[in-house]
Write a protein of this length. Structure first.
Length: 66
């Protein structure tokens, strides 16, 4: 996934067991879950296992217009 979005976004994996406060902050109820953050705030999320192409399309749909 990180390779598909190289130069467009940073892809970060968080261990929810080791970071319960962060999980709570973003309302994580199940994994996997992806959050798109802008300025530290979640603007959308995608839950469940998804093909890489679906995740890339989701991300690009939510990108701000340049």
């Amino acid at each position: 996934m990180a390779a598909l979005l190289a130069g467009e976004a940073a892809v970060v994996q968080v261990d929810t067991d080791q970071n319960p406060a962060l999980s709570g902050r973003f309302g994580v109820r199940g994994i996997p879950v992806l959050h798109l953050l802008r300025k530290g705030k979640s603007v959308d999320q995608l839950s469940g296992a998804q093909p890489a192409e679906t995740v890339a399309a989701w991300f690009r749909r939510l990108q701000p217009v340049r």
